[in-house]
Structures are given as C-alpha cells and as structure tokens.
Design a protein around this ligand. Structure first.
Ligand SMILES: *Cc1c(COP(=O)(O)O)cnc(C)c1O
Length: 368
C-alpha cells in the first residue's frame, strides 16, 4: 500500500507514552468498571461538547438505543432517519420496537434535508434522528424548529462529527438526547468499542445512567429492565488521553481536506465535499462522488491506494429491512450516493505528499 485508507500508526506514536502510562495506573489501581476514570472522562467530554451530561456507554449503537429508550419511544412509534445513513441509526429504532421512516438527504451535503423531514411526519412520528454524516453538522437550527412545530424529540446521531458545529453550537448538543461513538476509526476513537449519550436534560441523563447498568442505581435494586452497556475504565482512561488531541487532530483532518480540494478542484467528473453555510465539517471521511466510481476505485487499488464506500447499500435495500418492503428506486438520492460515493484516504499524520499521490492517480484516471 502506498497510501492506506486508514492508518493509526502516526497518531498512536504521538500518544504512545501517555496511553501506556494510563494503562499502567489503571492496571495498578485494579478498578475496572464504573469508577473515577469514567466519571472524569464524562466530565471532560461534557466540557468539550458543551453539554450538561455525558453518559459513557459500550458503543455508539447502544448509545442511540439507550437514548430512544430514555424517551420511551417504542411499539407503534415512528422515528425519522436519513435514507443514506449507516445501518446503526435505523437499528436503534428497531431495537425499541419503533419503525424507522427514511427521509432523503441533500445530494450536496449528504445530510438529511429538513424539507424531506417535514414531508415524512405522520401522527405516529415521535422523533427525528439527524446524522452528521461524514463529519458535517446538519442544519440543526432548521431541524430543531421542525421538531418544535410538530412537538417531536430530536436524537442526534453524532458518531461521525465530534467537534463539528452548526452556527457555533456543537453537534451532539442540540438534540434532547444524543448518541456518539468512540469506535476506533471515529474522530475520537477508543482502543476498542465505546460510546456515549449526551444531553442537557438531567432526568434523561439519569435514565441513561440507569439503563446502561442493569436498570439499577443502587446495587441489587433494579428499577427497570436495563442493560449491561457500560464504558469500561480502561477505555475511559484512553479516551481522556485522546480527547486532549482531538482539537489538533480535527485541524489536521481539515487541512487534509483543503489539500484534496485544491488538488481535485479542476476535475469536472468529480464532485467534491460541500460545506453548507453555518456548518462546520470535521472530515470523519473525505467523500467524493463520480459516475465512474467503481472503475476509479479499481484504478486506485491497482495503484496501491486504499478507498472505501460509505455505504454501498442504503438501509432500505438491506436484507435486514426487507420486511419494510422497499424497492430499488424508492429513495433515489440515497441510491445515487451509494452508487457514486468514494471515501479517500484520510488519517492523522497523512502528509501533503500522500494527498498529492492520491490526487495524481485520480487525475491520471481521468486522463489529466
Ligand atoms: C459508527 C456509527 C454508529 C455506531 O457506532 P458503534 O460504536 O460502531 O456502535 C452509529 N451511527 C453512525 C452514523 C456511525 O458512523
């Protein structure tokens, strides 16, 4: 591989000593679950995300699941999700027995289109789950206004956009209760699975705390049918180390995106990422679109450049959701994105020269 799609090597070198130190004290202290490290990370993440409460949980999917359960969304309810999201958003809705209702994104931003949200609202709709896809914050002002008009909850899926914002207000701080993921490849990644619920509502935070730990606040007193969905102390310590680097690493991601934009701007066959007014983009992924996607991906692979497709099959066409009975063509924008999008390499430590190599191969593919 000349340029892998993702590499942790450089970032890990920068934090190696601090991570090993964190592990050493964790190991020597011998407290593994629900301790001071989690409490500390939750406080740090709340300060970073400008929310009153962070509840660390096992992963991003569980965070979204707990968020919906805390809102008492369930059987017979509908929740509006983007038609082009990662399957986890829809799965969380299914877990609580509600129905995911897909609304199409804007083709430029890849984010759910507020106009399409409004069109999808029925008497059963309980919540909207915007996803800040690829790292760009949705137009949360418009989405919160719709929610207010129709008396709906908002649950942000902030798995991909830690550090992004709309009108200066952070992703993950707008909704009534929100979920984020610290999966290793996310902008803030643990060294394993982890996630968090974020909210400004103390009661909802308390519900999440109870749900993640067997429905219990006091040991052996179980108030509700809860789960074992905790974030463990070891990962919490690692996340505290990595959170310190996140602002700097976000700037690196944005710099890499600028390099790509400059290199690729004259190739008419390629649509570059578009950042909407008011939004910031933290480039969890740098996603281009082109009609020649499959051939381009093959060309890059042959040239030793790793790419991925996020995501090749939209949720409505997944076998898992065949019971919803959708057909090809039902969500044409999501399908167009699935057929034309390509995520280029982007990782901490990638140099302008690496970007140049990728760009050179894309240019040569298009005969420049
Ligand atoms: C990664 C991701 C999730 C799920 O997070 P996990 O930690 O892998 O469970 C949910 N939604 C989106 C948009 C994601 O990218």
């Amino acid at each position: 591989m000349r340029v892998p799609f993702l590499s942790f090597a450089h970032g890990n070198r920068l934090i190696r000593e601090e991570i090993l130190k964190s592990f050493e004290t964790f190991f020597d202290e011998g407290w593994y679950i629900l301790g001071n490290r989690l409490k500390q990370f939750e406080e740090e993440y709340s300060a970073f995300n400008k929310v009153a409460h962070t509840v660390g949980v096992s992963n991003g999917l569980d965070a979204l699941h707990i968020a919906l359960r805390a809102l008492k969304i369930g059987e017979g309810d509908e929740v509006i999700v983007p038609s082009n999201t990662y399957i986890a958003t829809a799965l969380a809705v299914s877990y609580v027995g509600a129905t995911p209702v897909f609304a199409e994104p804007n083709l430029q931003t890849f984010n759910i289109d507020p106009a399409n949200i409004e069109a999808a609202i029925t008497s059963r709709t309980k919540a909207i789950m915007p996803v800040h896809l690829y790292g760009q914050c949705c137009n949360m002002k418009a989405i919160m206004a719709i929610a207010e008009t129709y008396n709906l909850y908002v649950v942000e899926d902030n798995a991909q956009a830690q550090g992004a914002a709309f009108n200066g207000k952070p992703a993950g701080s707008w909704g009534h209760i929100n979920g984020t993921s610290f999966y290793p490849g996310k902008n803030l990644g643990a060294l394993g699975d982890a996630g968090a619920v974020t909210t400004n509502d103390e009661l909802l935070a308390q519900k999440a705390v109870v749900l993640r730990n067997y429905g219990s606040q006091k040991k052996y007193f179980n108030e509700t049918i809860g789960f074992n969905m905790r974030l463990d102390e070891c990962q919490a310590g690692f996340l505290s180390v990595k959170l310190k680097y996140l602002p700097e690493w976000t700037e690196m991601r944005q710099q890499i995106a600028v390099w790509y934009n400059n290199e690729l701007k004259d190739i008419q066959e390629v649509v570059l990422p578009y950042v909407a007014p008011g939004a910031t983009h933290v480039y969890h992924l740098y996603v281009i679109r082109t009609a020649a996607r499959d051939a381009l991906q093959q060309h890059l692979s042959n040239a030793g450049i790793g790419t991925l497709i996020h995501y090749p099959i939209p949720p409505h066409l997944q076998k898992a959701y065949q019971s919803l009975d959708f057909q090809k063509g039902d969500f044409p924008i999501a399908e167009e994105i699935a057929n034309t999008c390509l995520s280029l390499p982007l990782w901490i430590g990638m140099t302008q020269q690496d970007v140049g190599l990728v760009a050179q191969e894309i240019k040569s593919f298009f005969g420049r």
